[in-house]
Ligand binder design. Structure first.
Ligand SMILES: Nc1ncnc2c1ncn2[C@@H]1O[C@H](COP(=O)(O)OP(=O)(O)OP(=O)(O)O)[C@@H](O)[C@H]1O
Ligand SMILES: [Mg+2]
Length: 282
């Protein structure tokens, strides 16, 4: 976890950077042939920054997230998480993950699933109960604490997975279309909650979505990717109110619609309205 206090000179960059990708590529090889999923990805996500990844289906968004999460390894380039290898960051429990499939353990209750990471890392019974109660409230599932996953709808299961990803207050959240299965009202509520959680925990987030309004509402920067091999085609800074002031009013604000238009144009192949092409515009 990075701290706001000044780190010793020379360590500043490392502490302030959650994810750094330099020339990251991924080629999948199988008997069916080779698929180049990612090529030359340069991306820096600062500590506490919210970055949304958007792009056509198959452009490598999930693959990039899986590389950061150490669920797979790049075939080229360099990738660090808080200055460490993805493996070391995973071992240090620097991040929480919530992917599109909820991935809950069917034999554990909702509460049991949320408490799992805490249990694995030796948090005592009292601490676990307090934290899971807090998270159950957050995702609106307090009444379902003792239910099993198969007794929940898809959207409810997804909310359990989100609560679980937050259990350890990670300094980096990796989220792959986590709200895809939610109804529109729940989705907006979860977005607002996520903004609040990030503000409070100062977690950095890499968030994959297919929804332009969702990307714009949540992110400090929207990274637009192009089809295979997946490359970053534009990085659109979202200059809305600071996340701290982002509330539901923003969804009806002219600056919000302007940012939505900029991302849409970037997705459709660039436009004069968008600033520097390529990568890492900071
Ligand atoms: N384990 C794998 N083995 C072989 N090819 C893979 C594997 N995982 C992904 N791919 C390929 O890599 C490419 C990128 O896949 P990825 O799942 O990252 O796309 P995506 O951007 O997340 O798409 P979507 O928006 O549909 O979720 C695809 O062409 C896919 O077929
Ligand atoms: Mg995907």
């Amino acid at each position: 976890m990075s701290t706001p206090a000044s780190p010793p000179a020379g360590q500043f960059d490392q502490a302030a950077v959650a994810v750094r990708a330099r020339g990251v590529g991924k080629v999948f090889r199988s008997s069916a042939g080779e698929v180049s999923a990612l090529d030359g990805i340069d991306l820096t996500v600062s500590a506490g920054e919210f970055v949304a990844l958007i792009g056509p289906s198959g452009c490598g968004k999930s693959t990039l997230l899986r590389l950061i999460a150490d669920l797979d390894a790049p075939t080229s380039g360099e990738l660090t998480v808080f200055g460490k290898s993805p493996r070391a960051a995973r071992e240090a429990q620097d991040y929480g993950i919530a992917f599109q499939q909820a991935g809950l353990l069917p034999w554990r209750t909702v509460r049991g699933n949320i408490e799992l990471p805490l249990e694995l890392h030796g948090v005592g019974k009292g601490g676990r109960a307090a934290r899971s109660a807090e998270l159950l409230d957050l995702v609106g599932l307090a009444e379902f604490a003792d239910h099993f996953p198969h007794q929940l709808s898809g959207g409810m299961q997804q909310r359990v997975a989100i609560a679980r990803s937050l259990a350890e207050q990670p300094s980096l959240l990796l989220m792959d279309e986590p709200f895809g299965a939610l109804d529109e009202m729940t989705r907006e509520r979860m977005q607002t909650e996520l903004v609040r959680i990030c503000r409070e925990s100062q977690a950095a987030v890499v968030f994959v979505t297919h929804s332009i309004p969702e990307a714009v509402f949540l992110a400090d920067r929207v990274v637009v990717m192009s089809p295979r091999p997946g490359r970053i085609s534009e990085v659109v800074p979202v200059e809305l109110a600071r996340a701290a002031e982002r509330g539901d009013d923003l969804r009806e604000d002219a600056t919000f619609f302007a940012a939505v238009t900029r991302v849409r144009e970037a997705l459709h192949g660039g436009s004069p309205a968008v600033g520097a092409r390529g990568v890492d515009v900071r």
